[in-house]
Design a protein around this ligand. Structure first.
Ligand code: NAP
Ligand code: ZN
Ligand code: ZN
Length: 357
């Protein structure tokens, strides 16, 4: 079957109408009619070839929400009509220690990304993502979307949500902790909502004066303009855990100075260019841990969705049609979105027809 999609045909083509092949469901597969797909900054990095080694055509999208349209003969946990989600991975080896520990994102043999990855069970096939009308995914990598949550606003939880939930949980953030969130974009605004729902106090560090009021509205207890040296100095030793979501190279040393003894900074953003060097003294003098974190495991993603249902947490979104995807990418890079664009895949066919006319 071929599905309507939008994707890049080269690193500078922008997103154009395409079709992608989707396999007929195998016994353990779930076929999903996609309703919404979030636009992650990783989609921009990937489609524009900023991380290198990209093959084209490439259909991005790993914040997928839709309804089950068909199931394979061995699938019992999902039925046609169920609302489901797919995040950043669609497969892993299922045998290594990481996979057996529910840490499929750290699969020792390499997890299979939702797009742009070699399908490990199907020879030459390269996976294609959620800017598409349908997708077929092994049931083990399909999540249940709680019925109480708006499906469009749930989509960003599948990447931005779990990517911030996972380090917050790893640090055991909660009441009595001060969580710093650096960068108020798609990931950053989810970090604010999740940390607040876990009972922590939240300080937002932003480069954008225009986001100060919005950050407070989101629930932040305090906002610091990170380019204001005096404000940063005043924040010295006030924070326990930093979730850094900035998509571009930036100096981390001023942020280490805001941490208390035994604090930690988790870097989630993956800029394409080198970062300024970290000053080891800044880490050593306060026993600070500088860590990274990649999305979350499948069970943890389900736990995050259920946590969000319990606490009424979803993303703040702006829904876009397929014809406006390129404009949305430019606005995301310019920081002009509060806080996540979500593609309405119902517009894929009309946009493709208009492009043909
Ligand atoms: P986003 O919505 O574009 O937000 C990034 C934020 O970074 C901006 O809103 C901005 O916040 C801040 N920023 C400061 N200077 C910037 C600059 N020169 N260029 C761009 N942003 C700048 O991006 P996102 O979707 O949240 O993704 C953030 C990063 O995380 C990306 O690098 C993405 O690839 C990565 N990511 C990693 C994982 C993982 O598993 N580790 C998962 C998903 C995404 P202020 O205006 O508040 O300063
Ligand atoms: Zn993402
Ligand atoms: Zn594995």
């Amino acid at each position: 079957m071929r599905a309507a999609a939008y994707g890049a045909v080269s690193r500078d083509s922008g997103l154009v109408p395409l079709t992608v092949a989707r396999r007929a469901p195998k016994p353990n597969d779930v076929e999903i009619a996609i309703e919404f797909c979030g636009l992650c900054h990783s989609d921009v990095h990937a489609t524009r070839g900023e991380w290198g080694g990209q093959s084209y055509p490439l259909v991005p999208g790993h914040e997928i929400v839709g309804t089950v349209s068909r199931v394979g003969s061995d699938v019992t946990r999902f039925a046609v009509g169920d609302r489901v989600g797919v995040g950043c991975m669609v497969d892993s080896c299922r045998e290594c220690d990481s996979c057996l520990d529910g840490l499929e994102q750290y699969c020792e043999n390499g997890m299979t990304g939702t797009y742009g990855a070699k399908d490990r069970r199907d020879g030459d096939v390269i996976t294609q993502g959620g800017y598409s009308s349908s997708i077929v995914v092994d049931r083990r990598y399909v999540l249940r979307v709680p019925a109480s949550l708006d499906p469009a606003a749930v989509a960003p939880l599948l990447c931005a949500g779990v990517t911030t939930f996972s380090p917050l949980r790893h640090f055991d953030a909660g009441e009595g902790d001060v969580v710093g969130v650096v960068g108020l974009g798609g990931l950053g605004h989810m970090a604010v909502k999740l940390a607040k729902a876990m009972g922590a106090k939240v300080v937002v560090f932003t480069t954008s004066e225009s986001k100060v009021a919005a950050a407070l509205e989101l629930g932040a207890d305090q906002v610091v303009l990170s380019r204001d040296e005096a404000a940063m100095a005043a924040a010295d030793r006030t924070v326990d855990l930093i979730i850094d979501t900035v998509a571009a190279p930036h100096d981390l040393n001023p942020f280490f100075r805001t941490l208390r003894v035994d604090g930690a900074l988790f870097q989630l953003g993956l800029p394409s260019e080198a970062m300024p060097p970290v000053n080891p003294g800044a880490l050593i003098r306060r026993r600070i841990a500088y860590a990274g974190s990649l999305i979350g495991g499948i069970a943890e993603t389900q736990e995050m969705l259920d946590f969000c249902a319990e606490h009424g947490v979803v993303a703040d979104i702006e829904v876009v049609s397929a014809g406006r995807l390129n404009e949305a990418y430019d606005r995301m890079v310019a920081g002009d979105v509060k806080y996540r664009f979500v593609l309405d895949t119902g517009t894929l066919h009309t946009a493709a027809e208009e492009a043909d006319a």
